[in-house]
Write a protein that binds this ligand. Structure first.
Ligand SMILES: [Zn+2]
Length: 471
């Protein structure tokens, strides 16, 4: 699941007022000198709060020049105040102070992709907490310094440069990097050449740190092994407290920096994560660029399809259990002809399992055309190798062309042409028969004399199996 990017207000006015679109625009009455490289001077933000956490106080310093125009996103407007307006600084820049009534905003918005109170802190996105520059190129820099009260801290999906200090580009900032603050436990892990910041908002979070960290490392390693590398080099993982037997939900988001939100039981015992599938599902999302809403099925379908394959390859589940779940669950992706193509049907079943069926059929066809030497995994790896991940936008045509290039076939583009805009008949029983797999009650029975048995053996593999040995 993903949150949509938030609206950005870009109009400029010469005084302070509310716009018709609901954003408060603030600009300096007089601009200072305009140095040749004003764009290289960062927009500097600072945030602080006191232990009551009722109010977040901020200051922004705009570079010299006429770039010092900011807008408050509509969601934050009722909670935002800036009585003084811009004041000039000694170096010709301008600074602006503001406050946001944090607890009231979080109660009203109550959305982790805007602002919400969870556990012992808040989660949200920087585009709600900060006034955003409406001028300035997307590649111009910003910095953020946070002064938290004792015992409290801040975490952010932007690049960390020092203790309590982050940086990024205005383009990233405008997309709204995820963040969290409060009496939260923040720590960094560095498995498999990536850097994961875990921000745990559960009260008493340190008591579940060992179990949660071990699970994050195991899932990171399993995902990295399957893709050849971990999909992103920087990830913010926000662990929210929930009740229940295991991780009950999650989402991945790439806007302004990769982040995963997980609803993790609090208190937590290690066995409660043994059967978790959510974290690897979300980690697969990191490997695909953000697609237009009509192609959400490929985002969810690839995560639904790849997650059990990653679990099996890591030895976290058996090959038989993957086939049992595949045969039982994938029919949810079938749809009657009147529902149209994948692009036209945003239902849950078609989005998750219709997309997964697309991936399964593509995987089988790629293997058929390449004598089992290439697979859907090669296609997904090729997209990553082109430096595309969840923090990027791409069209499905771009993604599928890269994927086909990675397998030396045109399977993905052909299958997309056949399934996206019109109904596509799928004979699942015939596919299971050809692959040589069926359910006998709850028992999985394989038929190695089936015409596609060789492909079936390599579709789902256990740990350490580059090629499955002959049975
Ligand atoms: Zn998902």
């Amino acid at each position: 699941m993903r949150g949509a990017g938030q609206a950005l207000i870009t109009s400029r006015i010469v005084s302070r007022r509310w716009t018709a679109r609901g954003a408060l625009i603030l600009c300096a009455a007089c601009a200072g000198p305009d140095p040749a490289d004003a764009n290289a001077a960062p927009w500097r933000y600072a945030l602080t709060w006191d232990p009551s956490r009722t109010e977040l106080r901020g200051e922004v310093t705009a570079p010299p020049g006429d770039a010092d125009v900011v807008a408050i996103t509509e969601q934050a407007r009722p909670f935002f105040a800036s009585d003084e307006g811009w004041s000039p600084t000694r170096d010709g820049a301008h600074s602006l102070h503001w406050t946001i009534t944090l607890d009231a905003a979080a109660r009203t918005l109550d959305d982790v992709d805007r602002l919400a109170a969870r556990g012992s802190g808040f989660v949200g996105t920087l585009d709600v907490l900060l006034p955003l520059p409406t001028k300035g190129e997307d590649d111009a820099p910003f910095t953020l310094q946070v002064n938290a009260p004792p015992g409290e801290t801040f975490a952010c999906a932007s690049e960390s440069v020092a203790e309590a200090s982050w940086r990024g580009t205005l383009g990233e900032l405008r997309r709204g990097p995820a963040c969290a603050l409060g009496a939260i436990a923040v720590r960094s892990l560095a498995p498999e050449y990536t850097r994961i910041t875990i921000a745990d908002l559960a009260p008493g979070a340190n008591r579940r740190a060992a179990a949660l960290d071990a699970h994050v490392v195991a899932c990171t390693r399993a995902t990295a092994a399957w893709f050849g590398r971990f999909p992103v080099d920087r990830l913010l993982l926000l662990a929210l407290p929930t009740r229940g037997p295991t991780i009950s939900g999650g989402s991945a988001r790439g806007a302004g920096g990769a982040r995963i939100v997980l609803d993790v039981p609090a208190p937590l015992r290690p066995h409660q994560l043994a059967n978790d599938w959510v974290l690897i599902h979300e980690m697969v999302h990191l490997a695909l660029p953000s697609l237009p809403p009509a192609q959400h099925w490929l985002e969810e379908g690839s995560a639904t399809y790849a997650e059990p394959l990653i679990q099996a390859a890591a030895g976290r589940v058996t090959v038989e259990s993957v086939w049992a779940a595949t045969i039982a669950e994938f029919p949810q992706g079938l749809a009657p002809p009147e529902r149209g193509g994948l692009d036209d049907d945003s239902s849950w079943g078609r989005t998750y399992y219709g997309g997964a069926l697309f991936c399964l059929i593509a995987d089988v066809r790629i293997r058929q055309r390449t004598e089992n030497r290439r697979s859907l995994r090669d296609a997904l790896r090729a997209v990553l190798a082109a430096d595309l991940d969840i923090t990027d936008f791409a069209s499905i045509d771009e993604v599928l062309a890269l994927g086909d290039e990675g397998t030396g076939t045109s399977v993905l583009r052909e299958l997309h042409a056949a399934t996206s805009k019109q109904p596509f008949a799928i004979d699942l029983d015939g596919l299971w028969r050809d692959l040589g797999v069926r359910l006998d009650g709850s028992r999985v029975v394989f038929d190695d004399t089936a015409p596609l048995a060789d492909i079936r053996r390599e579709l789902v593999q256990g740990p350490g199996a580059e090629r499955t040995p002959d049975r």
